[in-house]
Design a protein around this ligand. Structure first.
Ligand code: FE2
Ligand code: FE2
Length: 459
């Protein structure tokens, strides 16, 4: 087996707590988050831990420590010695880390009284933002990528690898190569491959290049719409691959944001539903990406129709649609609207059902981790499989608790599903409205639905 060494992604954790009980509970919490054994080093006081870091120079992914006094200097020393670790301080006063908040150090404070509930949330946040390795990251120096979007990447910014049966990775396309669709197909069919690989260390640069590309394509005059649409779609595919394996790093976030800006520019300020409905019938390519792009357009066109025409609204809806199914790996999981029905159908494994159940919450975590993104986006994502009659998931939310944008998003996704189910029939907005009249008959759903129907602005 080749050197898929654990060196860079190995999860090493340092815990410093005065009481054994706390140590064990925190260690258990982190292990159950990762669902496997984690290498943990423990100390009962901070000075010993600092001395250990100084002497051993051992790199830790995460240092969780207790510090109940108000002294800042000992925390500073620990942070200096901890190198590139992420830190969770369990203490009594947030003031202790105030001075560190402006630095690049990933450090979060949790109150000692609520630490057992808070630590898993912080670990999750660190993980989704790439500040500590995700589970799979500890296993390989390569990340897998779906082959569909390689041809639209232009000259490659990094070497693409394939994995041989014995585990070795070998290069298939070099840096600077432009990959033809035919070449990819030959590989997939001839060698029965499903994935290619990038080196993990190349991803930061690749994502940076992607966001630059998007920016320049969209600023070009005249705008090449087909090329821009293809670039947005390829960018989303790459973000999906990277986020699942490395977390939603700042570079991946930038690509998502630039994809949103590009889409809004392509859509214009007056997106119309009628044209989009036609497009819906003819979409192809990766289902999840096509679905996410389409949902953004439909949601914005609906917003426009009812008079919610601000750029901020379009931004929130488009970003939410790009993120909402990002935690899913397979298009067939995205069309499930009821966990009970899916479980009863026998078509899904227990793992797939779990993936479906958790995907909205996970995607909401990604949205929350983005800097300077309004919390509306997180709510839309979290609520996208809820239903007005309370039969949705993950929470079975009643209609009263939907935010207006979430309600609109749910209707938009329903329209897409409806037109997919009735693919061969003539789908007009009117047939959809008739079919769903009783479904959207309460609260904010009723208001939105009525104004969509009557074309009246709902300001
Ligand atoms: Fe979904
Ligand atoms: Fe979806």
């Amino acid at each position: 087996m080749e050197d898929t060494s654990l060196k860079s992604g190995m999860l090493e954790i340092l815990l410093v707590f005065s009481e054994m009980d706390r140590l064990q509970k925190v260690s258990h919490l982190i292990e159950s988050h990762y669902n496997r054994h984690i290498n943990t080093t423990v100390f009962h006081n901070l000075l010993e831990a600092i001395e250990h870091l100084e002497i051993s120079k051992k790199p830790y992914s995460l240092i969780v420590f207790e510090h109940l006094s108000a002294s800042q200097s000992i925390v500073r020393t620990l942070v200096e010695m901890g190198g590139s670790s992420a830190f969770i301080l369990c203490g009594r006063s947030l003031d202790v880390i105030r001075g560190l908040k402006d630095t690049e150090v990933p450090i979060e404070f949790v109150s000692i009284d609520t630490m057992f509930e808070e630590i898993p949330k912080v670990v999750n946040r660190f993980e989704v933002t790439g500040k500590i390795p995700m589970l799979d990251e500890a296993e390989s120096d390569y990340i897998s990528i779906r082959p569909d979007y390689l041809p639209s990447m232009g000259p490659l910014e990094a070497t693409v690898y394939t994995q041989l049966i014995d585990g070795h990775y070998v290069p298939v396309f070099g840096k600077g190569d432009s990959v033809e669709r035919k070449q990819v197909e030959e590989y997939l069919q001839g060698k029965k491959l499903t994935h290619f690989y990038f080196k993990r260390e190349d991803c930061k640069e690749l994502l940076y290049q992607k966001s630059q590309d998007l920016k320049s394509i969209i600023e070009e005059k005249p705008l090449d719409r087909a090329r821009a649409e293809e670039a947005v779609s390829a960018s989303l595919e790459m973000v999906r691959d990277v986020v699942g394996q490395m977390g939603f790093s700042p570079e991946a976030q930038k690509v998502a944001i630039n994809s949103v800006s590009a889409t809004i520019k392509l859509m214009g300020s007056k997106p119309r539903l009628s044209g989009i409905l036609l497009e819906l019938k003819n979409k192809d390519g990766n289902y999840l990406t096509a679905h996410s792009l389409m949902l953004g357009k439909v949601a914005c066109a609906m917003a426009y129709k009812i008079g919610w025409t601000s750029r901020t609204t379009y931004f929130k809806l488009t970003l939410a649609s790009f993120l909402h199914d990002i935690a899913l790996n397979d298009g067939k999981l995205a069309v499930v609207n009821s966990i009970e029905k899916a479980a009863g159908s026998g078509e899904f494994s227990a793992d797939e059902l779990k993936e479906i159940r958790l995907h909205a919450t996970k995607a909401a975590d990604y949205a929350r981790s983005m800097s300077e993104v309004p919390s509306d986006v997180e709510h839309i994502v979290l609520q996208h499989h809820e239903r007005p009659d309370g039969t949705g998931f993950p929470r079975g939310l009643p209609f009263r608790l939907f935010t207006p944008l979430s309600a609109l998003f749910v209707i938009a996704q329903d329209l897409i599903d409806y037109s997919q189910i009735h693919k061969d029939a003539e789908v007009s907005l009117e047939t959809f409205f008739e079919a769903r009249e009783t479904v959207y008959s309460s609260g904010i759903f009723k208001k939105i639905f009525q104004s969509l129907r009557t074309d009246s602005a709902l300001v």
